[in-house]
Each structure stands twice: as C-alpha cells, then as structure tokens.
Design a protein around this ligand. Structure first.
Ligand SMILES: Nc1ncnc2c1ncn2[C@@H]1O[C@H](COP(=O)(O)OP(=O)(O)O)[C@@H](O)[C@H]1O
Ligand SMILES: [Mg+2]
Length: 192
C-alpha cells in the first residue's frame, strides 16, 4: 500500500534534509510545502512583517489530496504545517522532528533568521506546537523523534525501522520546558 508520510516540526529542525534523504532511500516522491504553494499559486499574499508567504490552506488541502491520490509511489510531505493541510484519511505516518532549543537557536543564527523569527520558532519548539497539531489531526499515527545531535542517516534509519514495524512509535517524551527550567535558561529561550 502507498504510504503517505508527513515530516513536520519547527522551522530549521531538519525536515527538508531528512525528507529528501528518506525519499531517496524509499524511491518516494517528496513534496516540500513551501515549493508546492509557490509553484501552484496556493498563496493569499505575503506577510511582510513576518517575512513569509500566506498559504491558502483550504486550496492546499484540496490540491494535496489530488496529488496524493494521483501518485503511485510512497509520498513524503515536508512542512511545518503539513499536519494541518493534509487530508487525515490519506495519511499513514506523521514524524514530528524535535530539536533541543539550544541547538536549534544556534542553527537558526547560522541560517540568518531574524531575532523575531528566532524567538517565535523557539517558543513554538518549546511549547510543542507542531506535535500538538499532529496529535490533533492524526492521532495514532504520530511518531515524535528527538533528532538533537543526530546525523541525517541515523534519523532516516530510525524512520525506516518505524515504517518496517521494527520500532515502536511514541510521543510526549520531549520536555524542553523542564530541561530549560533545570538549566535556569527558561527566560532566555522562551520569550512569549
Ligand atoms: N541531522 C542534522 N544535523 C545537523 N544539522 C542539520 C541536520 N539536518 C539538517 N541540518 C541543518 O539544519 C539547517 C536546517 O535544515 P533543513 O533541513 O532546511 O530544516 P527545515 O526544513 O526543518 O527548516 C540546515 O542548515 C541544515 O544543513
Ligand atoms: Mg524546509
């Protein structure tokens, strides 16, 4: 049966890198939602303050449903809002990548994110935003993976084990808030 695999998580956790490596391994089609929105014109405009495109989520839901149904290989969908815009009856697996906020912040600084964007993304990671959205829309299909310090090939290896049922899925074990509290770093990382 065709698998429809979502790879979600806060911006900069490593979704695109992981999704592409996984697609290569599986011989699957990989859909990056930012590219998909742009090439298909599924945008409502631009949010200048937040420097992002505004996605027409309803149009994307429809368009993704059509693309998934038309495909005859496994499909990997990569995006931080993948769980919100993919029809749940078509989805088989949801991988939520988690990355330690200390590591994530360094990565975002290297990638040139603005200070506002860094704070926004760190809060989203610390408060489990993508995980919550995945669990709300696709209960029983969610696999949370702490990819902090992990090489892409090792992350792909774990995903393949889950897909082959050689490894169980679970979620709810990542607790960055607790980690930051213990390190006395909450105020530096969680700015809401
Ligand atoms: N497993 C990894 N370990 C270390 N750095 C990584 C890993 N995966 C991706 N990166 C780096 O993190 C940054 C964000 O990766 P990317 O795949 O674009 O994330 P996303 O698609 O979630 O925004 C890039 O600079 C990338 O090279
Ligand atoms: Mg990406």
């Amino acid at each position: 049966m065709k698998r429809v695999i979502l790879v979600t998580g806060t911006p900069c956790v490593g979704k695109t890198t992981t999704a592409r490596a996984l697609a290569e391994n599986l011989g699957a089609v990989c859909i990056n939602l930012t590219e998909f929105a742009k090439t298909r014109g599924l945008t409502l405009g631009e949010d200048r303050v937040r420097q992002t495109i505004i996605v027409d989520e309803e149009a994307m839901y429809k368009s993704l449903g059509e693309s998934i149904s038309a495909a005859n290989t496994d499909i990997i969908i990569d995006g931080h809002y993948a769980a919100a815009v993919t029809p749940s009856e078509l989805v088989t697996h949801v991988f939520v990548l988690r990355r330690n906020p200390i590591e994530l912040k360094k990565e975002m600084q290297c990638c040139g994110f603005s200070a506002t964007k860094i704070d926004e993304n760190l809060s989203a990671e610390i408060l489990d935003s993508c995980l919550i959205e995945a669990l709300q829309n696709h209960p029983d299909k969610v696999c949370e993976l702490d990819v902090s310090g992990q090489a892409t090939e090792d992350i792909v290896d774990v995903i393949l084990k889950v897909l082959n049922k050689d490894r169980n899925c679970s979620s709810g074990f990542v607790d960055w808030l607790d980690m930051l509290e213990r390190e006395g770093l909450t105020d530096r990382y969680l700015r809401v």
